[in-house]
Write a protein that binds this ligand. Structure first.
Ligand code: WQD
Length: 331
């Protein structure tokens, strides 16, 4: 039985996509080096579906990767593995370029060598830079405010060049907006190491009492309530978007926004969380965070038209599912 190789499959988006893929009957090979994930994720994943084999391998390790391609009949790959903390990428750019860009090149090289021609790439709305919202796939990419965003834009361009040189190679580039929430079982979810950078995991830790209060980074943006507006998408909708993209892979490069097309402000998300879970989330308005843009949301129509995929879970689902996972974690 041919398998799909999922790099970073023990991570937040990767593990949820593995659930969605296995639900569709795919057998998986999960590759992860636990640099931003933990082994217990795999135990919980197995409780949902155990149709996968796991290798603790760093995707930049070409030889180790080749061993996997030699041993298994791989039909295609979904490449999640990569560092994703924007702030950290500003402080440690080389760490990001050496990991995120090199891993994409190594994986594409090994795919080519073993005639694996289906490649789904995890990209980010960050690549749009200061474009006008709603972001559309055909937009010219503008410089991003951080090395993390640059690693995604560079990886996209590398994959486009590889596809141009190898017409049989088919690539689907998926640009995520703001993934939040967790699988309804509460067994897997967003579990960042240390203090969360992102809004929703910070909210859930405040709700649980692990953190004292949420700092709202600025309320003087040109938005309805002055706080930043983002396109939050349920991680299971995002996962199902990967399955749709994989199933529709065809020659050449195809780029899709995976978002809802709707913007939600920081305070709107806080209030939705409080409503959905009946928990107060204390917050304090503080200075803007450097590098943040005011508004970011998708034009999500292309994925709906070409992949037959549309996000179907709403903000309440996202808040409920995020809380269910967090409330089951030990302090
Ligand atoms: C969302 C909003 C903050 C934390 C980043 C990356 C992006 C992707 C998702 C990888 C903003 C505000 C946040 C807090 C706050 N990552 N906020 N207090 O910055 O939109 O996107 O994560 O692919 O590439 O750029 O997400 O959750 O950090 O912020 O007020 O403690 O919440 O200012 O308006 P962001 P975020």
């Amino acid at each position: 039985m041919m398998k799909i190789l999922v790099t970073g499959g023990a991570g937040y988006i990767g593990s949820h996509t593995c659930v969605a893929l296995m639900e569709q009957g795919y057998s998986l090979i999960i590759v992860d080096n636990f640099s931003n994930s933990k082994p217990p994720v795999l135990e919980n994943l197995r409780k949902l579906n155990d149709n996968f084999i796991f290798y603790n391998v760093d995707v930049t390790d070409e030889e180790a990767l080749e061993q996997i391609f030699l041993k298994h009949d791989i039909e295609g790959v979904i490449h999640f593995a990569g560092y994703k903390a924007v702030g950290e990428s500003v402080a440690e750019p080389l760490k990001y370029y050496l990991n995120n860009v090199v891993s994409t090149m190594i994986l594409a090289k090994v795919c080519k060598k073993y005639n694996v021609n289906k490649f789904v790439f995890s990209s980010s709305a960050t690549v749009y830079g200061e474009n006008k919202v709603p972001f559309k796939e055909e937009m010219e990419l503008l410089p991003t405010t951080n090395p993390y965003g640059e690693t995604k834009a560079m990886s996209e361009r590398i994959l486009m060049d590889v596809a141009k040189a190898n017409p049989i190679f088919s690539v689907s580039i998926l640009r995520y907006f703001n993934p939040v929430g967790a699988h309804e079982s509460g067994l897997i979810g967003e579990d960042p190491n240390g203090i969360p950078n992102n809004l929703m995991p910070y909210i859930t830790k405040v709700a649980k009492g692990d953190l004292e209060k949420l700092r709202v980074f600025g309320n003087d943006y040109p938005t309805p309530d002055g706080t930043g507006v983002r396109d939050y998408i349920h991680v299971m909708d995002l996962a199902e978007g990967h399955v749709a993209a994989y199933k529709h892979l065809s020659k050449g490069v195809h780029i899709y926004n995976l978002g809802t097309g709707k913007g939600t402000s920081v305070l709107e998300l806080v209030h939705a969380f409080e409503e959905a879970n009946g928990i107060k989330v204390p917050f304090q308005i503080v200075e803007r965070r450097p590098g943040d843009i005011a508004v970011c949301y998708a034009d999500a129509s292309k994925a709906e038209k070409e992949l037959g995929w549309k996000a179907k879970r709403n903000i309440v689902d996202m808040c409920r599912d995020a809380w269910r996972f967090e409330s089951r974690q030990s302090r």
